[in-house]
Design a protein around this ligand. Structure first.
Ligand code: FES
Length: 115
């Protein structure tokens, strides 16, 4: 398993907002968006819509889904699954944990579905 990156306190990302971790910081090929979903949990996806690469961090979080700001594809934050057209390919997930009030991101550790 890859090393966790402490991306800050849970209070640093308001519910319904996202924080982008650069590919350079994460050691990944793509930037990662860490979302604070409306269920109170944190989830991470590649910050790139699988339709035409818009930033998902700029989208709208509703429940545990994010809507792409460009053509309105929706992705499940838990699984990365593309929920509606025009996206048909899942977004890549990365594991996130909250430990002692800090948000820990595990780049390149995929999550089938977080609890
Ligand atoms: S770029 Fe996201 S739906 Fe088209």
């Amino acid at each position: 398993m890859s090393e966790a990156i402490n991306i800050g306190s849970v209070d640093d990302i308001d519910e319904g907002e996202a924080k982008v971790i650069s590919a350079a910081e994460a050691g990944t090929e793509d930037d990662i968006a860490v979302f604070h979903a409306e269920d109170g949990n944190f989830y991470a996806l590649n910050d790139e819509c699988t339709h035409e690469t818009a930033s998902l961090a700029d989208g709208w979080i509703e429940g545990t889904e994010v809507e792409c700001p460009v053509h309105s594809a929706k992705f499940c934050l838990k699984s990365g699954e593309a929920m509606c057209m025009p996206a048909t390919i899942a977004a890549r997930t990365h594991k996130v944990e909250v430990v002692d009030g800090d948000v820990l991101l595990y780049p390149n550790v995929p999550v089938a579905e977080q609890a």
